[in-house]
Design a protein around this ligand. Sequence first.
Ligand SMILES: NC(=O)c1ccc[n+]([C@@H]2O[C@H](COP(=O)([O-])OP(=O)(O)OC[C@H]3O[C@@H](n4cnc5c(N)ncnc54)[C@H](OP(=O)(O)O)[C@@H]3O)[C@@H](O)[C@H]2O)c1
Length: 257
Amino acid sequence: MENKPLSVLITGATGSIGQALALQYAALGNHLVLQGRNQDALTQIQQQCEAQGATVTVVPFDLQEWQAWYEWLLAFCQEQPAFDLVIANAGVNINHGPDNAGETWPDIQRLLAVNVQAVFATVQAVLPAMRARGKGQIALLSSLAAYRGLPVTPSYSASKAAIKVYGEGLRDWLAPQGVQVNVIMPGYVSSPMCDDMPGPKPFLWAAPKAAAHIRKRLAANAPRISFPFPLNFGTWGLSVIHPSVSAWILRRLHYEG
Ligand SMILES: NC(=O)c1ccc[n+]([C@@H]2O[C@H](COP(=O)([O-])OP(=O)(O)OC[C@H]3O[C@@H](n4cnc5c(N)ncnc54)[C@H](OP(=O)(O)O)[C@@H]3O)[C@@H](O)[C@H]2O)c1
């Protein structure tokens, strides 16, 4: 898929991982559709991608309006050839706050809208054209936080677990139809979202390193792109041991919230 010009949609292209991914796919002949909210950041990443030879369409959109996003994207997909690659990357994180007051209901609603409903809306909008063509690839940004609910970020863990199992189910359903689906589960990647998160951040990667790894593994159609290795193994381990034992380990590691 990587040897010919690609059309690529990246949501959250104004964030750290999204920008790094956009630059990974910004090559001569490629057409990038980049979504974000921050217009200045969108213009900046557009110029950088165009300087690398890509043509770029920017789409300022607040994904909390996921119904409007679905309608816009469905119509867009009906007017042009199906995307080769769609990366549903936009996301938000929330936590209990510095005084441990707990997550607020408005924050939880915002998180579910962006991390879950907008991702499902994106898939539903791009899928008909991909299935009709019998070809395409959809990558969903989950997180290592999806393996086991973290006391510091329960809603975020839940939203990323939803994306993980959604992607796994979609992958097996769509593979015979020529559509590849990949679940991406990063550990800590330097970004504004990561900076805002409480708790320790071991094995932190820079966004360009994460994006290069993601692109390589997407080209290989890896079902689960989880990294970095030690944290991946550790968080997976937490999901398979007894919950009381994983709770004890999380307390010892200062993830108690
Ligand atoms: N960084 C990590 O350690 C880490 C680890 C695991 C998974 N992830 C996942 O990786 C993805 C990218 O995260 P990141 O680290 O690059 O975070 P980031 O730098 O904070 O970027 C978040 C992106 O999501 C967009 N976004 C947020 N709310 C939005 C809304 N209401 N409407 C439209 N766009 C919205 C932001 O757009 P604007 O800035 O334009 O508002 C931005 O482009 C997320 O899904 C995250 O959960 C990150």
